[in-house]
Design a protein around this ligand. Structure first.
Ligand code: HEM
Length: 127
């Protein structure tokens, strides 16, 4: 896991716009995905996109909107209703890696963001 200094160095570099691009590129792929698509209710996608974006902004050194609106992340608890197998975890990471490319995140930032996302995804496997 990247250290906290590295984590909080990301937002000052890519800003709100970088996270908007990243999370939009991720959710763009979700509805058509045969594993992840069915997990996300179609009418909730925009709200889900905002929750993930606000979380990442907060976690990578930006404003704490996520904490103000949602409280402590408790990610394992919040993911408990979803069947996160190793295959679902791998798919999530694949879609996110594609989003990282599409969003043109600078290489030195990718070395911080990618391991955090992959390791957190592994931690969320619950089946
Ligand atoms: C391992 C594969 C993963 C799957 C299958 C998955 C699936 C989901 C689903 C179905 C939701 C509900 C959508 C909604 O917000 O209404 C959700 C919410 C969320 N996920 Fe994931 N997720 C995964 C990994 C991750 C990772 C790695 C992170 C963080 C780095 C993350 C962060 C979040 C956040 C912040 C929310 C909103 C929680 C809330 O405030 O209610 N997820 N996820």
């Amino acid at each position: 896991m990247p250290d906290e200094a590295a984590m909080s160095s990301v937002y000052p570099v890519i800003g709100e716009a970088g996270f908007v691009r990243l999370v939009a590129a991720f959710y763009q792929q979700v509805p058509a995905d045969e594993i992840l698509g069915p997990m996300y209710p179609p009418h909730e996608l925009a709200a889900a996109e905002k929750r993930l974006r606000d979380f990442l902004v907060y976690r990578f050194g930006g404003p704490q909107r996520y904490l103000e609106e949602r409280g402590h992340p408790r990610l394992r608890m919040r993911h408990a209703p979803f069947e996160i197998s190793a295959a679902a975890r791998d798919r999530w990471v694949t879609l996110m890696n594609r989003a990282i490319e599409e969003a043109a995140i600078p290489a030195h930032v990718v070395t911080i963001v990618q391991p955090f996302l992959a390791e957190t995804a592994t931690f969320l496997i619950n089946r």
